[in-house]
Design a protein. Structure first.
Length: 254
């Protein structure tokens, strides 16, 4: 009963976490409603806004990939520990008093954990989250440098009472972003939230788009880990006789 409650609490915790993360981010726009300004409309202001949002989105994408890299590593570690712990429990637990599962079930679950370790290792190797994260950081830094140069020239042009030519910076911008993969919706939404707070602007994003971005982000990042750790904990508790979730795998009664 305790294990069943423990397992069913995971989806509830995910929904609560998703709700508060989404709510905290989305409410930032409305917290500054009284002092909001209109979004800039001049070509220079629009381009500066684009540069700022893109650079922030690149840094957000870097953090996202770092987090996904950690979760892949952590999931692989948990599965590997399960491969070690389950045979040790099988050896150390008295079959007559505690161990409720037959040998076939133990073998099948150990094979499942071994395959999980292999799959996650391949995912971590192919996805190469750390390298992609570094590329996003380099792109964000390059965009920051472009912003500094643009602001410096803008100040100089204002002193000389001249109009700034942003065409060369637009070429640099296209060249910089073409060297890396594009960020995702979740990265843009987070960068937009930061921009709105700093600039006291208000940008409307559809509720459906915002929710789906956060939902699929949390699902991809933490979903598989929570499923695996739930199965592993439930299986171990079944071994020691605390739960009866895997009752169809029980050893026949003598």
């Amino acid at each position: 009963m305790i294990t069943a409650l423990f397992q069913f609490s995971y989806p509830i915790l995910i929904l609560i976490w998703l709700y508060y993360s989404f709510n905290n981010q989305s409410n930032n726009i409305f917290l500054i409603k009284a002092v909001s300004k209109s979004i800039p409309s001049t070509p220079y202001d629009n381009f500066l806004r684009t540069l700022t949002l893109t650079s922030e989105a690149r840094f957000s994408a870097s953090k996202r990939l770092e987090r996904m890299n950690f979760m892949v590593f952590f999931t692989t570690t948990i599965a590997s520990l399960g491969l070690i712990l389950i045979p040790l429990l099988d050896l150390g637990i008295s079959n007559k008093t505690l161990n409720n599962l037959n040998n076939n079930a133990l073998t099948a679950f150990q094979i499942f954990l071994a395959v999980s370790v292999l799959v996650y290792s391949i995912i971590g190797s192919v996805a190469d989250y750390r390298l992609r994260s570094n590329h996003f950081i380099e792109c964000g830094n390059a965009l920051k440098t472009t912003i500094d140069k643009l602001l410096l020239e803008k100040n100089q042009c204002e002193k000389l009472d001249q109009e700034i030519d942003i065409s060369k910076y637009q070429i640099d911008y296209k060249s910089i972003i073409s060297k890396t993969e594009n960020h995702e919706d979740i990265d843009y939404i987070r960068s937009l939230n930061k921009y709105d707070i700093k600039q006291r602007t208000k940008t409307k994003i559809g509720l459906k788009k915002r929710f789906s971005a956060y939902f699929f982000y949390y699902l991809r990042t933490y979903g598989s880990f929570l499923c695996l750790i739930s199965l592993e904990i439930a299986f171990i508790l079944e071994m020691v006789g605390v739960s009866t979730i895997f009752s169809f795998f029980k050893s026949p009664q003598e």
